[in-house]
Design a protein around this ligand. Structure first.
Ligand code: P6P
Length: 339
């Protein structure tokens, strides 16, 4: 059926946004475009994962000691290849690599940006066809151009992010990103391989009625989180409670649903993850940037704004409380009053 409208493509929108910055040189535009291209290559493999020998495990473990799925490796290689051959990026920190990847070409050393990335988050869901995602975070390098990137380029606080976003490989594939001018979503038209504007200036409903947490860890949660879960479950129609519990086990999927419908995602410290499970540089900071740009908030459950936590290492973990402001403030109240 012929389309009745002509929505903006991702490329057209990025260029239009670039024009809002008089000093823009087009490098960020090209970088975001390259991320879009790599995501379409990954999307093709995600959609065929059940058909080709890309499912299953490599038998290897990543830096986190987590079994690496073949699609994880494929996604990491695709983004590394595209970013490494772009002239905008001098280095990459990724969940799949122990150390930062400093691109060696003379052109890459001139790159103004560094990228922190989880190439395929939620990979335990790959084999059961549950949606998964790519998460990316972009900074200006602080080391001198012309030289290889250095670790300090990747240890900047989240407030320094130039752009951040995710790709959700779900019932449809979406790319959602921000450069600090609000949050915008693009949906992939697989028939022509183009992303089209589908969600302009996303604002997350506040308060929401969805809470996302792995309640299997309940006995190991801090008392404040336990109290908040019981608060969510209380019968109080005047405050739209009980809330709904929704947990996919894929951060991008859980966050995307809460972003559009309102809600809170919590991964607190637990016995098995005393610092929390999620990584500050390539999971929490980009998601926190998007949440704040959509009118939400993100903390570590101790009143600390995620975007102001200075990273100490590229794989550092932090407890993560993110979503509608009223809901984050409510759980922070329980955390503060139940130490
Ligand atoms: P659990 C996936 O491994 C991930 O990093 C997030 O995408 C997800 O929200 C979380 O971990 C799930 O962890 O311990 O509940 O299985």
């Amino acid at each position: 059926m012929a389309r009745k409208f002509r929505a903006q493509t991702l490329g057209e929108f990025i260029v239009k946004q670039q024009n809002a910055f008089s000093y823009a040189t087009g490098d960020l535009t090209r970088l975001l475009t390259h991320i879009g291209i790599a995501s379409r290559i990954v999307n093709r493999e995600v959609n065929m994962a059940g058909l080709v020998d890309i499912l299953g495990e490599t038998g290897k473990e990543n830096i986190q000691g987590e079994t690496v799925k073949k699609l994880d490796v494929f996604a990491n290689e695709q983004f590394k290849a595209i970013l490494g051959s772009s002239i905008e990026v001098c280095g990459l920190a990724t969940e799949e690599e122990k150390d930062v990847v400093s691109f060696e070409s003379d052109l890459s050393k001139q790159g103004k940006y560094i990228v922190c990335m989880d190439p395929l988050d939620g990979s335990s869901n790959i084999d059961v066809n549950v949606s998964i995602g790519t998460i990316f975070s972009i900074y200006h390098r602080i080391s001198e151009t012309g030289n290889p990137s250095v670790e300090e380029d990747f240890l900047q606080a989240g407030i320094k992010q130039v752009a951040a976003g995710y790709v959700l490989y779900g019932s449809s594939t979406m790319l959602v990103y921000t450069t600090g001018l609000g949050v915008t979503g693009f949906t992939l038209d697989p028939s022509i391989g183009e992303y089209f504007l589908s969600h302009y200036q996303i604002i997350t409903p506040d308060p929401g009625r969805i809470y996302s947490i792995n309640e299997g860890n309940y006995i190991n949660f801090p008392m404040g989180v336990k109290k908040y879960i019981k608060y969510c479950q209380e019968d109080d129609p005047s405050t739209n409670r009980p809330y709904s519990s929704r947990y996919i086990g894929s951060l991008v999927s859980d966050f995307h649903r809460n972003l559009l419908k309102g809600g809170i995602y919590i991964y607190p410290e637990t016995t098995s993850h005393p610092e929390g499970k999620l990584r500050l540089t390539y999971e929490c900071n980009p998601i926190a940037f998007l949440a704040e740009q959509a009118g939400g908030m993100a903390t570590d459950g101790q009143g600390n704004r995620i975007l102001e936590i200075p990273p100490e290492s590229i794989h550092q973990r932090v407890p993560f409380f993110v979503g509608s402001c009223e809901m984050v403030k409510q759980v922070e109240y329980f955390m503060k009053n139940n130490p």
